[in-house]
Ligand binder design. Structure first.
Ligand SMILES: [Cu+2]
Length: 403
């Protein structure tokens, strides 16, 4: 079925370029790493906005960052902890946390920072700050054959500009990811280095997957091992959270830290927490105003059927206008499961739901990837519905039914 694009985001304007100019004056030629990656992203396929917005660890293995770019108005907080036990007799457990904070920005990019502690690779700098921007100009959710994602980062501990190009493709239950990485000053040494990473997830159910990855510096020294990780990835049903339980020989998941493995195996977990800021800063729960005209439809048995797509974490279009007697068919185009729900008993925030007077609440049940739900609307008025598992992430839609 046709997947509806949202309006294209604005192109970078002069003030964006001024920011790039400011970076250049501070850091000299190494700005090129950052700027080239950003510009490559900006010049990419802007035709269709908001690819793969939501984050679930089910879509990426533990040490790869995936191609998600987040939603504007959602603050993404990830907690990752990895543990090692020291030598006998103490066997002290050492905890290596990496925190991620990021948000989508208008234009479809993700801006964020990772704070990785107890990193063993940068002498004298155990704690890495990595500031990054990611853009996914080409996405499977826009019916492209794969995701193409660019990340530009600055690793403060290494004083290095880092870049990453990631390709990802979903083939049935398998999702394959491959990344190329470059570091202007790897591990604070005055040399440019490169790394390759590859990984896969194998979906067992709509919300669980097995995942593994490997990564290697292209010019590995003797003490630099191939980094690996393997784990089980879980999207926690009826919540916006996902959880990875895994093992790895990498201490952190910065671009540099995730490219080199150590001697010991660490056990760990990662928990992803999207915080919907619009809940706290007063943006109403209802999506944008109604479109001026009705969209396209197909006629089936004398009924006009309008299509609504279900993206990774949004309905497309979010607002649709139809006439009484028309039908809407929702189709789940994403790898997650979704619902179409107006039953106040099933949602976290019943105040979001809107139904014309006298209309019975309805609920689609769980729609697995590829499944559809069709419903005829006889009563004029305004309807606001939510997706139960992604309600907290802002996945809701509005229907205007006219006479
Ligand atoms: Cu959903």
């Amino acid at each position: 079925m046709g997947f509806s694009c949202r309006p294209p985001p604005r192109r970078p304007n002069r003030s964006d370029l001024r920011v790039a100019g400011g970076v250049r004056s501070i850091v000299g030629v190494r700005w090129a790493f950052l700027a080239s990656a950003l510009l490559a992203g900006a010049g990419g396929a802007w035709a269709c906005a908001s690819p793969a917005a939501a984050q679930s660890v089910v879509d990426r293995p533990p040490n790869l960052h995936g191609t998600w770019t987040g939603d504007t108005g959602t603050l993404q907080f990830n907690l990752m902890h990895r543990f090692t036990a020291g030598d006998a007799p103490e066997r002290a457990v050492r905890n290596t946390p990496t925190f991620l904070l990021a948000t989508g920005v208008p234009g479809g990019a993700l801006l964020g920072a990772r704070y990785a502690t107890s990193s063993p690779w940068i002498r004298g700098f155990p704690n890495e700050w990595e500031f990054f921007a990611r853009h996914t100009p080409i996405s499977e959710s826009q019916t492209h054959p794969l995701d193409v994602s660019l990340t530009a980062a600055y690793n403060q501990a290494a004083d290095s500009f880092d870049g990453q190009l990631t390709l990802a493709r979903t083939l049935g239950p398998v999702r394959l990811l491959a990344s190329g990485r470059a570091f202007s000053r790897a591990f604070r040494e005055p040399e440019t280095r490169t790394a390759l990473a590859a990984g896969a997830t194998l979906r067992l159910t709509p919300s669980t997957a097995l995942a593994a990855d490997v990564a290697s510096l292209l010019d590995r020294a003797d003490d630099e091992r191939v980094a690996w990780s393997a784990g089980i990835q879980i999207h926690i049903p009826t919540t916006p959270h996902s959880l990875s339980i895994h093992a790895s020989n990498a201490h952190t998941t910065t671009l540099q830290g995730g490219s080199v493995g150590g001697r010991s195996t660490l056990w760990g977990f990662e928990f992803t927490v999207p915080v919907t800021l619009s809940r706290y800063i007063g943006r109403g729960p209802a999506p944008a105003a109604a479109p001026e005209s009705e969209g396209e439809f197909v006629e089936e048995q004398g009924v006009r059927v309008f299509e609504v797509g279900m993206d990774a974490i949004s309905f497309a279009p979010e607002t649709i206008q139809i006439r009484a007697g028309d039908a809407i068919r929702w189709t789940n185009d994403s790898p997650l499961f979704h619902t179409v729900t107006t039953d106040p008993e099933l949602v976290q925030n019943p105040g979001t739901i809107l139904l014309p007077e006298g209309v019975e609440p309805f609920h689609s049940g769980d729609l697995l990837p590829g499944e559809s739900y069709t419903r005829v609307f006889e009563t004029p008025g305004e309807y606001v519905y939510v997706c139960v598992p992604h309600e907290a992430a802002g996945m809701l839609g509005r229907i205007i039914v006219t006479d």
